[in-house]
Design a protein. Structure first.
Length: 482
């Protein structure tokens, strides 16, 4: 079967509307090497040239890069294909963001693809990864440590990183490099040989030029075996990933900028394979461009979560933090996002403040504490109050103090017949996250605890029929801090 026939068959099952309908275009990543020129040449035979958009990124890594960009532009123009030419100092980008050159280049390319696709209203982008690339990718993942996700290698099609609304196509993924080079030779395509592909300083090049030839000495069919492994694993991973997607939706309790929280109780009941896949999904959701998610880091995080000990932390790729927090699992990209995930009241700077009765004070993160006089108390409503963030107390003074806990604090919870308990034990019993306890706002009358917002009032301040003055205390988040 010819490459043209294979690519036509590949696309026929993926693209519902033929390119060219209503001006629809297909974006094609073109580096100028044999793989991408072969792809563009084949696609030019399948679709009208005005339905294709060639996109080239100059990585500015070599002196000849500018000449190569000019050649790609010239070829596209000669073939009647519109072209978008971009340039990024990939070396500087890698240094600034702490990335390898390979990672920075990949990110820059996808960013340019997404920009071009948005400008031209394109929904599909084709890149020229081939079967030998797939073999190298599987070996890279295997050597770095991976699970099913890494062993499946690259997928023939799927959402594009950073722009999931765009479908990324790999029409040449089942075609070998040697067949592509033969195609270029047969059609006299003036491709460019990238000198950096010979540089064994790059991990992928060492695999290509050193490891694979050595493996062939042991098993001549190693490439086909690895391709079979990738294909078989992709089917297994798709099954697990579907289960993980369903579990992800059921687990999630909250999310914000840079963080996600899960139900710990539901997490514990998941199958082992689904747990690992859920963690990978969380990484991809928070940092879509992170690719090398090793098995070891996933397993360390999973073990911490399975132990379920509040306050324990682990890490995932991209410096993502994973923390057990009482009945929740929090996954956040950094400390700030981790703090934002705590949807609980906290004192500003831990400083004590006065709350006038009636009156209002501001807390951290847009939370407020309010005290309001109740003119005509309804005892039935007060006794059946279902809101833990509102409390009714019998109180005849003009102010309360809002402060954090101090050593020796004790509480006399409602319903304990005058018995006291240390505030520390009370907070632990209520599973208040350990890192939030020091700045949790307490309402006190002189040194006497009146209300632990969200949980408990003091027995001596309970409302009764004979109470002369009733105050309603409320703790609420009126706005999200910026």
């Amino acid at each position: 079967m010819s490459i043209l026939t294979e690519v036509r068959s590949f696309l026929s099952g993926l693209v519902e509307t033929p390119f060219g309908g209503s001006g629809q275009k297909l974006l094609v990543g073109v580096s100028g090497g044999p793989d991408s020129l072969c792809l563009l040449h084949v696609l030019k035979q399948l679709y009208p040239a005005n339905c294709l958009l060639a996109v080239h990124l100059n990585h500015q890594l070599r002196a000849s890069a500018g000449i190569e960009a000019e050649m790609v532009a010239a070829i596209a123009a000669d073939w009647g294909v519109a072209a978008v030419m971009g340039a990024v100092d990939v070396k500087a980008m890698a240094q600034e963001q702490g990335l390898t050159l390979e990672e920075a280049g990949r990110i820059a390319r996808y960013q340019l693809f997404a920009q071009a696709a948005a400008e031209y209203g394109i929904s599909h982008a084709a890149v020229a990864h081939h079967a030998d690339d797939q073999v190298e990718t599987v070996l890279m993942h295997l050597l770095r440590g991976t699970g099913l996700s890494g062993l499946q290698g690259m997928l023939p099609h799927g959402p594009m990183p950073t722009a999931p609304e765009i479908t990324l196509l790999r029409p040449l993924l089942s075609i070998s490099r040697s067949r592509i080079e033969t195609y270029c030779s047969d059609h006299s395509l003036p491709f460019i040989e990238d000198a950096s592909n010979q540089d064994v300083e790059f991990f992928r090049n060492r695999i290509r030029h050193e490891l694979i030839p050595e493996l062939i000495r042991y098993t001549p069919q190693i490439k086909s075996h690895l391709l079979q492994l990738a294909s078989a694993t992709a089917g297994d991973f798709d099954f697990v990933n579907t289960a993980a997607s369903d579990a992800f939706d059921e687990l999630i309790q909250g999310q914000g900028e840079g963080w996600i929280s899960f139900s710990l109780e539901r997490w514990v009941n998941l199958h082992l394979s689904v747990k690992r896949a859920v963690l990978r999904k969380a990484v991809q959701k928070l940092l879509p461009l992170v690719k090398d998610i090793g098995f070891k880091t996933i397993e360390q995080a999973r073990t911490i979560l399975d132990q379920g000990k509040s306050g324990t932390q682990s890490h995932l790729p991209g410096s993502i933090k994973v923390q057990v927090d009482a009945s929740r699992v929090i996954i956040a990209i950094d400390d700030r996002a981790l703090a934002d995930s705590v949807a609980v009241p906290q004192l500003k700077d831990g400083k004590a403040i006065e709350l006038s009765v009636p009156g209002c004070v501001e807390l951290e993160g847009g939370w407020v504490l309010e005290a309001e006089l109740v003119e005509s108390p309804n005892l039935s409503e007060i006794f059946s109050n279902p809101n833990p963030w509102a409390a009714y107390i019998a109180f005849d003074k003009e102010k309360l103090i809002v402060r954090g806990r101090v050593s020796g604090d004790r509480a006399q919870p409602l319903g304990m017949s005058g018995k006291t308990i240390s505030l520390k034990d009370l907070m632990i019993n209520h599973k208040i996250p350990a890192r939030t306890r020091a700045r949790w706002p307490l309402l006190v009358d002189e040194e006497r605890l009146v209300w632990l917002p969200g949980y408990q009032i003091d027995d001596d301040y309970k409302v009764a029929a004979e109470s002369r003055r009733v105050v309603c205390l409320r703790c609420s988040q009126l706005r999200k801090a910026i």
